[in-house]
Design a protein around this ligand. Structure first.
Ligand SMILES: [Zn+2]
Ligand SMILES: [Zn+2]
Ligand SMILES: [Zn+2]
Length: 258
């Protein structure tokens, strides 16, 4: 299995428009962060996209994505779904399944009403097939994706467990029942916005505490804001003395595991 990080930044992306802080002006390419998204590839070549944010087209060009088998949505916040229209060239021949929770599915139908309204045949809209995701999840070829309920402030959102991988972005809490669904994971991708606490995202310290409970082999932090450079987050990960590999993810990082 392969995981490629397409975007690892918080909702405004980095650099932040109009900001001249040292992170937003950093020459390190790992400090340029598009909005959060990832591509999971299975052993049979299955390609599953998690979220399609405003930079989806640029991310897809960069990663050479020319085919997708399914899209998994974590939640309908703008930074995770407003690139859905750019899926158009990838679903010209066959409709593309977009899996989301019942609430997010309804929100997407409203937000993208032109896509799901009859008419305008032959152009101008992507052929998306919105599918409601139940607790049993969905099988895409050899990959089984299980939705993991998460707390994003007061909002319920979903992470995904796919075999040994857990991709958990935009969360400030993980219910006990969800922790049980994560038993035995080996690669953990976790929201870690910044050092200071935030009402709807884990801070670094909170992310480390969750990871210590789950004990993965590797921890990758994502949805990072412009408080810290990649190098500084790396330093804080090392200083935490965690008993597993812990690093900030960055756009374009690709990892393989079995
Ligand atoms: Zn977000
Ligand atoms: Zn900045
Ligand atoms: Zn969000």
């Amino acid at each position: 299995m392969k995981l490629r990080f397409l975007g690892t930044g918080t909702s405004h992306g980095i650099p932040v428009l109009g900001c001249d802080c040292r992170v937003c002006t950093s020459p390190d390419p790992r400090d340029t962060r598009y909005r959060c998204s990832a591509l999971v590839e299975g052993e049979l070549g299955e390609r599953v996209l998690i979220d399609a944010g405003p930079e989806f087209r640029l991310q897809a060009l960069r990663a050479g994505i020319c085919r997708l088998d399914a899209v998994l949505i974590t939640h309908a916040h703008a930074d995770h779904v407003h690139g859905l229209d750019d899926l158009r060239p990838l679903c010209r021949k066959n409709p593309l399944a977009v899996w989301a929770s019942k609430e997010d599915e309804q929100e997407l139908r409203e937000r993208f009403s032109y896509v799901f309204r009859e008419g305008q045949e032959g152009g101008g809209k992507p052929r998306l097939k919105l599918c409601e995701l139940g607790p049993e999840g969905v099988r895409i070829g050899s990959l089984q994706a299980i939705p993991i309920p998460l707390e994003h402030g007061e909002r319920r959102v979903y992470g995904y467990r796919i075999g040994p991988l857990a991709y958990l972005t935009d969360c400030s809490g993980i219910p006990e029942a969800s922790m049980r669904l994560l038993a035995g994971i080996r690669v953990l991708v976790l929201d870690a916005l910044r050092e200071r606490a935030h009402p709807t995202h884990f801070s670094l310290r909170e992310a480390f505490a969750v990871a210590l409970e789950l004990r993965p082999e590797r921890l990758y932090l994502t949805h990072i804001c412009h408080d810290l450079t990649h190098g500084e987050v790396l330093g804080l990960c090392a200083a935490a003395g965690l008993p597993f590999i812990a690093e900030p993810a960055y756009d374009g990082l690709s990892i393989e595991f079995i």
